[in-house]
Design a protein around this ligand. Structure first.
Ligand code: 9Z3
Length: 385
């Protein structure tokens, strides 16, 4: 199987027939925190997203506005990052996250008086519109044709049973827009996410302790570095030139022994850089996702120790919508929705007239309380010194 010349590594590996047990390199060291050198290497060798400058300028204005109002600002990251396999990307590795945690949390932060920078995966759920988008809640199901008033004008209205809830969501959305409390910035790839995270952290510095990082995005652990990335679409067979024409030879197929083996590098763990260098005065909250309950708290503690930030919120894929665990230096504390009130499927019928209980209604006020305590602590310490 061949690719173009820029994908030497991929091309080489896809032609071999390695034993499958070697596909995961078990000798790879466990992740360590990135240091300054890793930062320089990563950001020098991977291309910045084209929108970096524009987003940076918009974020600066946003921060200045809210700084002048002495308002707290939270950066919420949300949705999954992709790992492109080709530079002109046809295929990429993705993950499950729809951005529910981030979009829901952003609403509760706005309710708590924060201004929100919402750094999200493009086309993932957004605060407020999340109630009416994507496959479970098609917005059309909320609408009806209004009875005609005799004129030929057609009017659409919200169906009666949804109107009260919709008005409440609409008012909050309009308020956030009018007061410029919500800044929506999209990313797609892991590299754009990291460039933007670093840039936004720098721009938020004037906020000092009033800034909060709430890192709910599902961030890829592995990626294809630029120098190994195929330029064009990876082909499923080899092409050879014959009489000036490209001919398809040697197709991959069952029994051909050909496999596509993707060679991924670990993504540098920049949380340490965020804590120590990019946003040293901010409160930093990360999320830890696991599927094995036996590992969750251990992994949260490992992250806390490795990155020395303020709080890790642990969650399991299967129960993330009704329980999370707060892990900090002093304690481990579970937050759970009361039994029997777990979020339902959010289908249109169930949504009517009420909001399902959301675990973010417990998570965000607790984070806000801790952020307040930290700000108070820093002020008190400054006064007494
Ligand atoms: C989370 O753990 C989020 O809570 C979820 C939310 C991704 C589970 P949904 O979008 O899911 O509501 O469906 N986010 C953090 C995942 C992550 O990548 N954490 C990194 C890690 O575990 C640390 S920054 O190493």
């Amino acid at each position: 199987m061949s690719t173009d010349g820029s994908s030497i590594n991929t091309a080489h590996r896809t032609q071999s027939s390695p034993a499958i047990e070697n596909a995961i390199d078990r000798s790879a060291p466990t992740f360590t925190a990135a240091i300054e050198k890793d930062e320089t290497t990563y950001f020098d060798t991977n291309p910045p997203p084209p929108e970096l400058e524009e987003f940076s300028r918009i974020a600066e204005e946003f921060v200045n506005l809210h700084c002048s109002h002495q308002r707290r600002v939270v950066l919420v990251t949300s949705g999954g990052t992709t790992v492109p396999l080709e530079n002109q990307t046809v295929r990429f590795i993705d993950n499950f996250s729809a951005g529910t945690r981030g979009a829901t949390s952003a609403e509760y932060f706005l309710e708590a008086g924060y201004a929100v920078i919402f750094l999200h995966r493009q086309f993932s759920l957004l605060p407020y519109s999340r109630h009416y988008s994507h496959s479970t809640n098609c917005f059309l199901d909320f609408l009806a044709e209004a009875p005609t008033d005799g004129s030929s004008r057609n009017t659409i209205v919200a169906r009666d049973e949804y109107a009260a809830e919709m008005i409440s969501v609409l008012r909050k959305y309009k308020h956030a827009k009018r007061e410029r409390l919500l800044l929506l910035l999209p990313f797609t790839t892991i590299t754009s996410y990291l460039f933007l995270l670093r840039e936004l952290a720098m721009k938020m510095r004037p906020l000092g302790g009033k800034s909060l990082f709430y890192l709910a995005a599902a961030v890829s652990d592995f990626f294809v570095p630029r120098e190994r990335m195929a330029e064009h679409k990876i082909q499923s067979g080899e092409f050879a030139e014959k009489d000036g024409e490209m001919e398809f030879v040697n197709p991959a197929g069952p029994g051909s022994g050909k496999k596509l083996i993707i060679d991924l590098d670990p993504v540098p763990k920049f949380l340490k850089r965020l804590v120590e260098s990019w946003a040293p005065d901010s409160m930093i909250v990360s999320f830890k996702l696991e599927t094995d309950p036996k590992l969750l708290i251990k992994k949260c503690n490992m992250a806390l120790k490795r990155y020395s930030h303020h709080l890790v919120i642990g969650n399991l894929l299967q129960s993330r919508k009704h329980e999370v665990v707060f892990v900090d230096k002093e304690s481990t504390h579970w937050l759970r929705l009361p039994q029997g009130t777990e979020e339902n499927t959010n289908s249109v019928g169930k949504f009517a007239g009420r909001r399902d209980p959301e675990i973010e209604a417990l998570i965000v006020p607790e984070v806000v309380r801790r952020h307040g305590a930290l700000i108070w602590h820093v002020v008190a310490a400054t006064r007494s010194s």
